[in-house]
Ligand binder design. Structure first.
Ligand code: SF4
Length: 182
């Protein structure tokens, strides 16, 4: 049976009456952000093909406002790491993450990005969270496009509910510091 996914942007919680609607500015910004996330695909191997399928018309990330891919970290909101990451590539991935502006989110797409997958070897990074903070992990080898969409929707939820001050909190700054990111 075909699953219907609701993709329209619902109004944030608030108070409405005849001719007016009042809500928090942060809710409004969260809603706008969640439907205008620009993904940066960092695809190194097979999971990248699943990412391409997710962008194509059958799955169509554009329904969620994420069709505008950015190949420049400075104009991207969501880093989607799809594939095996070697230890040599780790510092490059970290530099790309560092170049992204706040607020930013990271999705580890597939087993390799999440944990090294089947490649428990000397040369493969055993999960990208060894070098950068990860917000959402998508399991599978490879994950189906629907799973990557689900991961993207989780990021939408994070963007929608995030406090505008979160990125300035001591907890967030401590998280970055634990990765030696200034
Ligand atoms: S998780 Fe599986 S499909 Fe994805 S990059 Fe690794 S080996 Fe390939």
């Amino acid at each position: 049976m075909k699953q219907i996914i609701k993709t329209d942007a619902a109004a944030p919680p608030g108070y409405s009456g005849e001719g007016f609607f009042a809500t928090k500015l942060s809710s409004l910004i969260g809603m706008a952000r969640s439907f205008s996330l620009w993904p940066l695909p960092f695809a190194t191997s097979c999971c990248g093909i699943e990412f391409m399928a997710m962008m194509a018309p059958n799955y169509d990330l554009g329904r969620f406002g994420g069709e505008r891919m950015s190949f420049s970290p400075r104009q991207a909101d969501v880093l989607l790491v799809c594939g095996t990451i070697s230890k040599k590539l780790g510092p490059i991935l970290k530099e790309i993450y560092t170049q992204m502006a706040e607020p930013k989110w990271v999705v580890a797409v597939g087993a390799c990005a999440s944990s090294g997958g089947i490649f428990d070897t000397y040369s493969v990074l055993q999960g990208i969270d060894k070098v950068i903070p990860v917000d959402v992990y998508v399991p599978g080898c490879p994950p189906r496009p629907e799973q990557i969409l689900e991961g993207f929707m989780q990021v939408q939820e994070l963007a929608r509910s995030e406090s505008l001050r979160r990125r300035d909190t001591p907890e967030y700054l401590a998280l970055l510091e634990s990765y030696d990111i200034k």
